[in-house]
Design a protein around this ligand. Structure first.
Ligand code: NAP
Length: 220
């Protein structure tokens, strides 16, 4: 029997090759997040979160805000984060005041989503965090973001070894995506644009596939 309406479920129900899930997407109204949400919307129940957008308000830089979000959502089958920023600016004048906000936001924010959210993730559920190409190929002025992305990747590698109840965690590491060409293209001279469909597939692989502890690099 197939359902094509969104379902309110407390657990994923396997139906042959199909599996309906309750998926939380933090940042699901953003450039990447909205394309990810669109890919899942026709087959899963979605909850979109953001500071000022989506169904639920959350600021991932606050642990209390994250806890409050999960209290509202209840248990979910997948938690995707496509939110978080860090400082881009000249290395020569960079200080810890430039660096710390991004650590509290994209790094600690995503770490807290896992540390707090693991108690709200159903057995067999998954986390999908987002890092970025800067971890491996930083652009000029990108030292802060490179460090944050690398730390997100390393955290997920370690957490995958320790999550219980078949819970999984992966990181999608996007290159410069085609939808961000106008916004960020000038900061990344020589970087190849990543098609949105290719990037979205990495999130699908993480959520609907069996991969665990993987850094899904979507750049060449
Ligand atoms: N775009 C690219 O080419 C690219 C390349 C490599 C890596 N990435 C990474 O991919 C992720 C998404 O990028 P994007 O371009 O899609 O960003 P974006 O367009 O700015 O969207 C970010 C989304 O996250 C939400 N958000 C931001 N800060 C938040 C916070 N503290 N708490 C909760 N929600 C927050 C925003 O909504 P509100 O404003 O309502 O909070 C927005 O919906 C980022 O981590 C970025 O570094 C992007």
């Amino acid at each position: 029997m197939l359902f094509f309406e969104p379902l309110r479920l407390s657990m994923a129900i396997p139906l042959g090759d199909l599996c309906y899930m309750k998926i939380l997407i933090i940042g699901g109204s953003g450039t990447i997040g909205k394309k990810v949400a669109a890919a899942f919307a026709h087959k899963h129940e979605l909850i979109i979160a953001g500071r000022n957008s989506g169904d639920i308000n959350v600021d991932i830089s606050s642990a209390a805000s994250i806890k409050g979000m999960f209290e509202l959502t209840g248990k979910v089958d997948a938690c995707i984060c496509t939110a978080g920023t860090g400082y881009y600016g000249p290395f020569e004048t960079m200080t810890q005041e430039h660096v710390l906000p991004g650590i509290g936001n994209k790094l600690i924010g995503q770490i807290n989503l896992v540390l707090i959210g693991k108690d709200y993730l159903n057995e067999g559920g998954s986390f999908t965090l987002t890092s970025g190409i800067a971890a491996q190929h930083p652009a000029k002025n990108g030292a802060c973001v490179a460090m944050i992305n690398g730390a997100v990747n390393s955290f997920a590698l370690a957490a995958a070894q320790e999550l219980k109840q078949d819970k999984r965690i992966n990181v999608v590491s996007p290159g410069l995506v085609e939808d961000s060409k106008d916004r960020y293209g000038a900061f990344f001279p020589g970087y190849n644009l990543v098609p949105m469909s290719k990037l979205v597939n990495a999130y699908i692989l993480s959520v609907e596939g069996a991969v665990n502890g993987r850094i899904l690099k979507v750049y060449s």
